[in-house]
Design a protein around this ligand. Structure first.
Ligand code: NAD
Length: 469
């Protein structure tokens, strides 16, 4: 049984809920579900710890971040096993991305915070400078697709900025957070600085609405984001939202076609398409459209299917496969459920799928599916490609494939998205701003932008009297 972690202690309380192995559908563990009393206890524990934690010099908190990074290194293999058990991710991806990024998040934000100067401004006879204070207690709500990576992406800057936290991981993926609680305890982190509670959206809602929570950082669907926004409106709580996407990939006829195809395979099918940054709309310049479609579909057939996170999510993705057909799509490959003939047949798999032939106004091309699937459409001119890419209510990421330096800069600067990759995808420098526009989110995380969200500046202005002549 996985238990909550409150005030530095495991807390057994609440009903149990099951977690399923996406590969087989079997129940693999039971988890305590947070009720209002548990949420309240966790927030109180965070409040009690907040003053002392905020009073530490930033260099000391950075030292704690490095110790947590070391703790993650020590439990590396356990975290890999836990993450795979909850998500069904490939071993290689978990070893090279999910857990190492957790370590990198703590190390990077320790550096960035410790080296950040305060601002100072001089006017004649007046000195103004800013100091930054933590918000207090942060409610951290994370999704299931990159559970450990996204939790640490929020925790590291929140903690190093002097906040204490109550984290609620996704109900589908609690295990790596439970190990992280053990890492905090083993490192001797002061009790109450990190609290972790388990449960579904009801627990999340109780957390964000709790009057003792001063700010909310959320990664998840746009629908949940809008509901959280309403929940926190009365108290005007600061929010950071990393939400959904319907990301475009633009493939120009002057691209290196081999790289564009391999890059697109990665950007569509990584993690079973369950990454907010995955491409779901591909636009290919007409002279290479036929060849691109043929080769992408052939490569999609070689992609090892990865399970969807849950039976419900698989149903959602399959409903879009059905929708594509009913909207008149041509299915180039996939469109169904793979038959393995082994234990995976009871798991939550869908086929990697490539479709074409739909209008821009189809629901399939407008709504986030979050599965291993894309639609491919032709375009003629650069201007048309930009309009197509920008023609979405979302604006998280875009990718373009071209060997023209001029075009790369010209197009990248016209794309209405928080992130644009040129001839690559998913490469992240943790110091750069990350986030989306429109339905894809509010604010940016990364580097000093994260520190800005997790703290409030106070401007101090001092009149400097001139000595008498
Ligand atoms: P989700 O919105 O269903 O759930 C996310 C988290 O919110 C879970 O922990 C859930 O329990 C909690 N929650 C649900 N209802 C809540 C409420 N009313 N109040 C507070 N918390 C609540 O999202 P998901 O299905 O877990 O994740 C997939 C989504 O996340 C996709 O839309 C994807 O694009 C998005 N995502 C975005 C980014 C990004 O950086 N922009 C990164 C990863 C995932």
């Amino acid at each position: 049984m996985l238990t909550h972690f409150i005030g530095g202690e495991p807390v057994v309380a609440g009903k149990a809920f099951p977690v399923h192995d996406p590969v087989t559908g079997a129940v693999v563990r039971q988890v305590n579900e947070a009720d209002p009393e548990i949420v309240d206890r966790a927030v109180r524990a965070a409040r009690e710890a907040a003053r002392d934690w905020a009073a530490l010099p930033v260099g000391e908190r950075a030292g704690w971040m490095r110790r947590l990074a070391e703790g993650i290194e020590e439990r590396f293999d356990d975290l890999v096993v836990a993450e795979i058990a909850d998500t069904g991710k490939p071993l290689d991806q978990t070893r090279t991305l999910d857990v190492p990024r957790g370590i990198a998040n703590f190390r990077a934000f320790a550096e960035i915070a410790a080296q950040r100067p305060d601002d100072a401004f001089h006017l004649s006879g007046v000195l103004s400078y800013t100091v930054r204070r933590p918000l207090g207690v942060i409610g951290v709500i994370v999704p299931w697709n990159l559970p450990f990576l996204l939790m640490t992406w929020k925790l590291a800057p929140a903690l190093v900025s002097g906040n204490t936290v109550v984290v609620k991981p996704s109900e589908h993926t609690p295990s790596s957070a439970a190990i992280f609680a053990e890492i905090c305890a083993a490192a001797g982190l002061p009790p109450g600085v990190v609290n972790i509670i388990f449960g579904d959206g009801s627990a999340g809602r109780l957390l964000v609405e709790h009057p003792g929570v001063d700010g909310v950082t959320f990664t998840g669907s746009t629908r949940t984001g809008t509901s959280i926004m309403r929940s926190v409106a009365d108290r005007v709580k600061p929010i950071s939202f990393e939400l959904g996407g319907k990301n475009a990939g633009l493939v120009f006829e002057d691209c290196d076609l081999d790289r564009a195809i391999e890059g697109s395979v990665k950007s569509v099918f990584t993690n079973g398409g369950q990454v907010c940054l995955c491409t779901e709309r591909l636009y290919v310049q007409r002279p290479i459209f036929e060849e691109f479609c043929e080769r992408l579909a052939a490569r999609a057939q070689e992609v090892e299917p990865q399970p969807m996170i849950s039976a419900e999510h698989r149903e959602k993705v399959l409903s879009y496969y059905t929708l594509a057909r009913s909207e008149g799509a041509k299915v180039l490959t996939g469109g169904g459920v793979p038959a393995f003939g082994d234990h995976r047949d009871s798991g939550y798999f869908v086929e990697p799928t490539v479709v074409t032939g739909l209008s821009e106004w189809s629901r399939f091309n407008r709504e986030e599916i979050f599965g291993p699937v894309c639609h491919v459409a032709p375009f003629d001119s650069e201007a048309e490609a930009v309009d197509l890419a920008n023609g979405s209510e979302y604006g998280l990421a875009a990718t373009l494939w071209t060997t023209s330096l001029d075009r790369a800069h010209r197009v990248a600067q016209r794309l209405e998205a928080g992130l644009v990759w040129v001839n690559t995808w998913y490469v992240r420098d943790l110091r750069t701003p990350f986030g989306g526009v429109r339905l894809s989110g509010i604010g940016r995380q990364g580097g000093t932008q994260s520190l800005d969200f997790y703290s409030e500046p106070t401007t101090i202005t001092i009149k400097l009297e001139q000595p008498d002549a």
